[in-house]
Design a protein around this ligand. Structure first.
Ligand code: MG
Length: 260
């Protein structure tokens, strides 16, 4: 091929490329019918009505009430699940960890959910770091959203209040004082497993602490471990939500959940 032929071939290639680029940048030339507004409206099934609470933070009409301050009927002891939850009800208003009695867990099992939980660090400030007001919410009895008195209490960032323990630090520290109540509003997506038991996709979690976003749809990297890298050792289905007894008198009230 001489120079002229080479130039012609290059021009042909570039004209094909330009023609193709022009074609793909245009809308389809043949439309089945002119679009009308109702062609993109979906009416059925009608969206279910949920009545929101009068006070923001209280349970909407479709929530499962896990704790309303009066009794622990929805909970059992983790040491012996045939026994009632051993924590203390205070003033028909909230519950308090009975240190040394062990954690408590729900009778019901859950997967994907929206959870609202209110908690307070112990009124008397004792100890420091992980020893101050430590508890935790375990989704599916495995993945811990840390509860800690992180008001003027430095510890490792992926272990403070609002962390996914030793997995993700919270985006900010939105902690209130030990004499005030905190809220967690959580959107939790359970992990999925393949038929052979291997992980299909990991759990995800979004958390607002006192209305402030602290976990933004983060991937939970596995079973919460105190020592070692987190991973998913086994497939599992729906499971209980548990609250940790870490030896501190952490308080809880107004716990409700919506299945998603
Ligand atoms: Mg904890």
């Amino acid at each position: 091929m001489n120079t002229k032929q080479t130039l012609s071939a290059l021009l042909l290639c570039s004209s094909v490329f330009v023609a193709k680029a022009q074609y793909t940048s245009k809308p389809p030339e043949v439309s089945p019918a002119p679009m009308k507004p109702d062609m993109t409206e979906i009416w059925e099934p009608e969206v279910k009505v949920v009545t929101p609470a009068k006070v923001l933070g209280d349970a909407p009409s479709d929530a499962i009430i896990l704790f309303n301050g009066k009794n622990l009927d929805q909970w059992v002891s983790q040491k012996d699940t045939s026994k009632p939850a051993p924590w203390k009800i205070v003033n028909n208003d909230h519950m308090e960890v009975a240190p040394g009695s062990g954690g408590i867990q729900t009778k019901l099992k859950f997967g994907d959910c929206q959870l609202h939980i209110e908690w307070s660090a112990p009124d008397v400030v004792e100890s420091e770091g992980q020893g101050r007001g430590n508890s935790g919410v375990f989704f599916q009895n495995r993945y811990e959203l840390q509860i800690l008195d992180s008001y003027n209490n430095r510890t490792y960032r992926n272990g403070q209040a609002g962390s996914i323990y030793k997995d993700h630090a919270p985006l900010v520290n939105a902690m209130r004082t030990p004499l005030e109540w905190n809220t967690y509003d959580v959107i939790y997506t359970a992990p999925r497993f393949k038929p052979d038991g291997s992980l299909d996709y990991p759990a995800r979690i979004t958390v607002l602490h006192n209305g402030v976003l602290i976990q933004n749809n983060v991937t939970i990297n596995g079973l919460t471990l105190y020592i070692g890298l987190h991973h998913y050792p086994e497939a599992h289905g729906e499971d209980v939500i548990s609250l940790q007894d870490h030896g501190n008198k952490t308080q809880f009230r107004n716990i409700w959940l919506r299945k998603l």
